[in-house]
Design a protein around this ligand. Structure first.
Ligand code: BG6
Length: 485
């Protein structure tokens, strides 16, 4: 047995101030606070850190600390109260407007009182709607939050814009105020070990490297099924829908990791380059027929959702990829809310062999790389039925892939990278533009709102989405692989 290599756990022992804009929002509560708690508990950070919430709502430090503590306690039944108490000593709140320069001046003075030393990283985390970004960028720049001693880094989360044009505008508003190495464009799926493992598994195993190409593969399916509904995020979700919220970002990133060539060097630049290259070859032929949109029943009755909302809570798409390895291999991707189960994974279906061609109904060979609820790889093979027959039945063999080594939750891992100035697991604008180039025609087709072109199929909560999504594959002689719930 090969002895497992002991890698040093990633730490970032540099003093920092994390300023969270929109600190009372759900991103901060559900993802950032728990990630920070884990980092402190595991001693991955320096003792000299401050976490400062900035938002419009007036709130005292004490009230914000309670909000922080409640967020941790509601997610962890065995909270280490000592760690939490230590963190809370470093938590502060400042109330200000996003578009008032004077408020940033006041804030800066306040920070100086809070920060013990001026030599540090100042990370500004955007947990606010993208419409507010430009005001914050400008004011941070005008009031010189970046100083020779305090390096300012900005972390913004997807979606980056709402189409190619707005993404370019976002880049411009960043470029006029900051240098590109100050900007961290975050897609939390890249912080999932299982997602970057998609590339590693393919390249580290000749079994996979030699089989995964158009010579043997009939199609690739990528699914991110969610059992949760929109969880009260109406004001955000109804403006974006599943195509922007999940497909343009998370699913295209998974697709890129699964189909790209291995980067020549282990640098962020080389990784971004290969991802952008594969996305460049991606397209949706005939978006009117290659995209199925759905909405779960009851969506329009949810709080703050307009009664005539046409926002999709489900989408399935067929894509083509111009690529040496994947010539003519159709790619199907789908994601949706309020479905039967939470399941994320990549499925490769092999072309039929004689056994399958001679016996209709026999399942194809498949490799299933499950990402959520836990990482697993499965081989779906055919094996002989016992007795004097030439009949077959399906044999599924596989095992979980446990994260071994340095395992952290997505936002924790990515925040350490921000502090350490590592961009490998972040995006660059070239990839983002390519992803919008793929998605824009879909949005345009829908914006024309010709009912028949942009139909919204309703589906029952707890199902696997609209039936029409099955036809997308049926036309090509395929079926979705559905996990057993
Ligand atoms: C977020 C989306 O980016 O990802 C949410 O905004 C979605 O709508 C979430 O629920 C899914 O993330 P995960 O890690 O639970 O698969």
């Amino acid at each position: 047995m090969v002895k497992e290599k002991q890698i040093p756990f990633q730490t970032a022992k540099v003093p920092f101030t994390l300023v969270i804009f929109g600190a009372s929002g759900s991103l901060a509560k559900l993802k950032l606070f728990p990630a920070l708690y884990e980092l402190v508990k595991e001693k991955r950070l320096t003792k000299e850190y401050k976490i400062v919430g900035y938002a419009r709502t007036p709130m005292s430090n004490e009230a914000f600390r309670n909000f922080f503590a409640d967020a941790i306690r509601s997610q962890d039944s065995a909270v280490d109260e000592k760690t939490l108490k230590d963190i809370l000593k470093n938590v502060f709140y400042f109330s200000g407007a996003y578009d008032q320069k004077e408020d940033y001046e006041r804030f800066k003075k306040e920070l100086k009182k809070i920060e013990k030393s001026s030599s540090r990283i100042r990370a500004a985390y955007f947990s606010v709607p993208p419409t507010v970004f430009p005001d914050i960028f400008q004011n941070l720049s005008k009031t010189n939050f970046n100083t020779p001693k305090a390096t300012l880094r900005l972390v913004t989360e997807k979606p980056f814009g709402s189409d190619l044009k707005s993404a370019k505008k976002l880049k411009k508003s960043l470029d006029v105020n900051f240098k590109s190495d100050q900007i961290f464009l975050l897609d939390h799926y890249l912080g999932k070990e299982a997602v970057s493992n998609l590339l590693s598994l393919r390249y580290a195993n000749s079994i996979l490297t030699s089989l995964l190409s158009s010579e043997y593969i009939a199609n690739i399916q990528i699914s991110a099924l969610e059992s949760k509904d929109i969880e009260g995020r109406a004001n955000y979700f109804d403006h974006v829908g599943t195509i922007q919220d999940m497909i343009q970002s998370h699913l295209l990133q998974m697709l890129a990791y699964f189909t790209m060539y291995a980067p020549k060097e282990k640098t962020a630049k080389a990784i971004h380059h290969e991802k952008a290259r594969v996305l460049k070859g991606l397209s949706i032929k005939d978006p009117h027929h290659a995209v199925i949109r759905g909405q779960y029943q009851g969506y329009k009755q949810e709080k703050n959702i307009p009664k005539d909302s046409q926002t999709e809570t489900y989408a399935a798409l067929k894509l083509s990829l111009k690529h040496g390895l994947w010539k003519k291999v159709p790619i199907y991707i789908r994601s949706g809310k309020s479905l039967k189960t939470k399941w994320t994974g990549v499925v490769v279906e092999f072309k039929p062999r004689r056994a399958q061609r001679q016996t209709p109904g026999l399942p194809p060979n498949r490799i299933v790389i499950q990402i959520q609820p836990y990482e697993k790889i499965e081989f779906h093979l055919l094996t002989k039925l016992g007795g004097k027959t030439f009949d077959f039945h399906e044999l599924t063999t596989g095992r979980p892939i446990y994260c071994s080594g340095d395992c952290l939750v997505e936002h924790g891992r990515l925040f350490l990278d921000v502090l350490e100035n590592r961009q490998d697991l972040f995006l660059n604008f070239e990839e983002i533009f390519e992803a919008w180039r793929v998605i824009d025609p879909v949005q345009k087709a829908c914006n024309l709102m010709k009912e028949d072109h942009c139909q919204l199929f309703s589906y029952t909560k707890g199902s696997l989405g609209p039936k029409t999504a099955d036809d997308l594959l049926k036309k090509d002689g395929f079926k979705w692989f559905n996990p057993e719930a």
